[in-house]
Design a protein around this ligand. Structure first.
Ligand code: UD1
Ligand code: MG
Length: 454
């Protein structure tokens, strides 16, 4: 593929009414990433140099998503929905800049793989003018049929326009097509709308190429890869297929998934070698888990970094900006957000650590809360190296606990604690000797009053 330039045009002007959603269809997500971003990721993986996304007139929401997933992509608006060929021509300006390979991909087929796009490009490099990605669906209703003659593709006939014998053809159009940049515009400009739907069909390109003495070929893939999404049920099926793929890749990379089918991954989850994931763990986007770390059951992790040999959970929640160093322990019912826990630090039970730094080897006792929010702004808590925070303490930020300092259990800490010192931020304990005994005596005499407490 070296040396050949490529433009990938993503068609996403569809209305997606069957999703029954306020959100445009291709902005729905599987594995923590929008359908559109999955397609753009496959394009990036196939070595495409440029991308153009064709959107509908009321699709202002797309810009940010496209820029995040593929900063070099251009957005074109198809003002009227008049068919797939018409949609491709909305990106005419991008094609006119000149390119060797033009790929056309539907924005709602998120399972497409970079290798498949590379196969389409290889067929172009081999001299084909048009390449169509075919598949044999379990139910071919609605799909265009690929009419072939030996290894040549003769034409594509849309289901609505097909005869009974054409409808019997098992090989269907998966929707992905590739065109040689040299002939794509002369072909597309000849496409008309003389058909049952009065739409400009991209698939007519095959018969037009043939009339121009140009070669078209079909490549075959499994149904999974070209499965388009139109409904929430299909979205859920695609999620399942994607999860299966991600789990398989993790297992192959040396990750232990004790019960793979219960682990929910994001498309960008990075798991190092010898990481162990116990059953029922959910990963949102942006997670890196380094070598040898263990994520115990029922943990929810999103936008976080887990260092080597760290132990997280069971029942832990790591939110964006949680950064756990080597051998850190974060135990049950602990929530960490926007906080650095340095090597060997421990927070094993019932704790909230937000907007904080916890120094190397520090121990954060059960029930500790960094009170980071005063109702208007967020403030930081610094806990020094080797510090010890007694159970049930509230650290009211902004506040600093020095290296090696102790905070007594049940403290409310509102001022900085110097290194090496002890802070007791609680009332002095009072003991009334014999008080409880006297209370019981009064009760046994049928009296309702309490003994004096001063
Ligand atoms: C299309 C193919 C059919 C193939 C099937 C595979 C054509 C003419 N037909 O049919 O051969 O088997 O996909 O799923 O290409 N779009 C626009 N603007 C338009 C029309 C469509 O952006 O004016 C986009 C849609 O958002 C969608 C894609 O193009 O992403 C395909 O359009 P759709 O209407 O779903 O085509 P099908 O009838 O399914
Ligand atoms: Mg369709």
């Amino acid at each position: 593929m070296t040396g050949r330039t490529c433009l990938a045009i993503v068609l996403a002007a569809g209305e997606g009414t069957r999703m029954r959603s306020a959100r445009p269809k291709v902005l729905h997500a599987i594995a923590g990433r929008s359908l559109l971003a999955h397609v753009l990721a496959a394009i990036g993986g196939a070595g495409s140099t440029r991308a153009a996304v064709v959107v509908g007139p009321d699709h202002d929401a797309f810009g940010a998503e496209v820029r995040a997933a593929y900063p070099k992509a251009d957005i074109f608006v198809q003002t009227e929905r008049r068919g797939t060929a018409h949609a491709v021509l909305a990106a005419r300006a991008a094609i006119e800049r000149g390119v060797d390979d033009v790929l056309v991909i539907f924005g709602d087929t998120p399972l497409i793989r970079a290798q498949t796009l590379a196969r389409l490009r290889a067929a172009l490099a081999d001299g084909a003018a048009v390449v169509v990605l075919g598949f044999k669906p379990t139910d071919p209703t609605g799909y265009g049929r690929l009419v072939t003659d030996g290894d040549r593709l003769i034409r594509v006939v849309e289901h609505a326009d097909a005869s009974d014998s054409e409808r019997a053809i098992p090989l269907c159009n998966g929707g992905l097509m590739a065109f040689s940049g040299k002939t794509v515009l002369p072909i597309l400009d000849q496409i008309g709308n003389d058909n049952r739907k009065h739409e400009f069909y991209l698939t007519d390109a095959v018969a037009i190429a043939r009339a121009m003495n140009l070669r078209s070929v079909a490549l075959e893939v499994t149904e999974d890869e070209v499965r388009g999404i139109n409904t929430k049920a299909q979205l859920a099926q695609a999620e399942a297929a994607m999860q299966q793929r991600l789990r398989q890749a993790a297992l192959e990379a040396g990750v232990t998934l004790v019960a793979p089918e219960t682990v929910h991954l994001a498309a960008d989850t990075e798991l190092g070698r010898d990481v162990v994931i116990e059953p029922y763990v959910v990963f949102g986007p942006g997670v890196v888990v380094e070598e040898g770390a263990t994520i115990r059951s029922f943990s929810h992790i999103h936008g976080a970094h887990v260092g080597k040999r760290a132990i997280v959970g069971p029942f832990a929640r790591l939110r964006p900006g949680a950064n756990l160093g080597e051998a850190v322990h974060v135990g049950n019912f602990v929530e960490v957000k926007e906080a650095q826990l340095e090597a060997g630090a421990k927070a094993n039970h019932l704790t909230y650590i937000g907007d904080a730094r916890v120094g190397e080897g520090a121990n954060v006792g059960a029930g500790t809360i960094t009170c980071n929010y005063d109702g208007e702004a967020k403030h930081r808590t610094e806990i020094g190296k080797g510090a010890f925070i007694g159970s049930n303490s509230a650290l009211v930020a902004p506040v600093k606990i020095g290296d090696g300092a102790y905070v007594g259990s049940g403290s409310v800490i509102t001022n900085d604690v110097p290194a090496g010192s002890l802070a007791l931020g609680r009332g002095r304990q009072i003991v009334k000797e014999g008080w409880a005994k006297r209370l019981r005596e009064l009760k046994s005499m049928g009296k309702r009053k309490q003994p004096a407490s001063d």
